[in-house]
Design a protein around this ligand. Structure first.
Ligand code: C5P
Length: 314
């Protein structure tokens, strides 16, 4: 039996702008994504019996076909029918919170695709894996690529920028609270679609996509001005998630109150993060937020930025 263990990193959105509504039902986005070193651990072990099984240490994570890691196995076996007689056991050690806006599930799908490519010696290139992975979810290609990237389209079109690796982040989430991503986008559409541009007009769309490339966030990253990045954080989805969840709004306020380079909600939330320059500063803010909000439901982590989305452990 051969086995591979991969670590899949969480992602945060340093910038998330909703440009318009697409004919496939998704939203056209302009984002800056960043991998952070809070990781799930996925072990894939080849089996002589055909089929796939998943075990997970987290009670909230489904272990049936709805799990993105199993969807990744199914996608590969559909694309390559010759794999139908292969078997794999997947063990998922979940450390990234679930329903958090940190792309934990997408990272597990990314790790499964990349891991199976190794385990079953499929010879797929990284580009092929990224292209295939977009069928599993908008964030999965970024989870394979990792580091720092501009993401457009529905999130799957990636443009590399120089990786940020020096910063640290404090992440905070109420354990019992999760936000449905479809709900967040639908609600945004109901309330703010008057701001959408007509994305069928390719010149307008291109101009809006170019704005993020030419914008101050990407310029700060390009110039390596890591401390300036915090002043350009932006997430359109805050407009709908924060009013619906006053506890998250209060958490964001408490986080921002203790300084740092900037505070924002990640993705569709409800995780809130603060950027800082050092581990010491991260530990300091973490302790202060815990003291301000003494609630056993509040989970806090300190993690550094990382240039990779996936790491092979063995
Ligand atoms: O692609 P993913 O499975 O992560 O998307 C989850 C849901 O989030 C979609 O079904 C859709 O409702 C919403 N979404 C969207 N536009 C995007 C990405 C996600 O409307 N670009």
């Amino acid at each position: 039996m051969t086995s591979y263990t991969l670590l899949s990193a969480a992602k945060i959105n340093l910038y998330l702008e909703i440009i318009g509504h697409r004919s496939d039902g998704f939203h056209e986005l302009a984002m800056v994504m960043q991998s952070v070193d809070l990781c799930d651990r996925i072990t894939l072990t080849s089996q002589t019996m055909p089929g796939r099984r998943l075990q997970c240490n987290h009670p909230q994570v489904p272990t049936d076909s709805s799990n993105l890691a199993l969807k990744a196995v199914d996608l590969l076996t559909q694309k390559m029918p010759e794999l139908a007689n292969r078997g794999v056991d997947i063990n998922l050690e979940k450390n990234i919170p679930v329903g958090a806006g940190l792309a934990g599930g997408s990272g597990n799908a990314a790790a499964t695709l990349v891991g199976l490519n190794l385990l079953w010696q499929l010879g797929l290139t990284q580009i092929e894996l990224e292209q295939l992975s977009a069928q599993l979810g908008s964030d999965v290609p970024f989870c394979i690529r990792g580091g720092t990237a501009i993401a457009t389209g529905r999130g799957e079109v990636l443009d590399p920028i120089s990786s940020l690796t020096k910063l640290w982040v404090v992440l905070a989430k109420y354990k019992s609270l999760s936000v449905s991503t479809p709900w967040a986008y639908q609600t945004y559409r109901q309330q703010f679609s008057d701001r959408y541009v007509d994305i069928a007009n390719s010149a307008t769309l291109k101009e809006r996509q170019q704005r993020v490339h030419a914008g101050p966030m990407v310029a700060a990253i390009g110039h390596g001005e890591e401390t300036v990045i915090g002043t350009h954080l932006h997430n359109d989805l805050e407009r709908v998630v924060l009013p619906a969840h006053p506890k998250v709004q209060q958490l964001r306020h408490a986080m921002a109150n203790h300084g740092g380079l900037g505070t924002l909600m990640s993705g569709s939330g409800p995780t809130v993060f603060t950027l800082v320059e050092t581990q010491l500063a991260a530990d300091d803010i973490l302790a202060k937020v815990r003291a301000d909000l003494p609630d056993s439901d509040l989970q806090l982590w300190a993690a550094c930025f990382t240039a990779t989305g996936l790491r092979l452990e063995s």
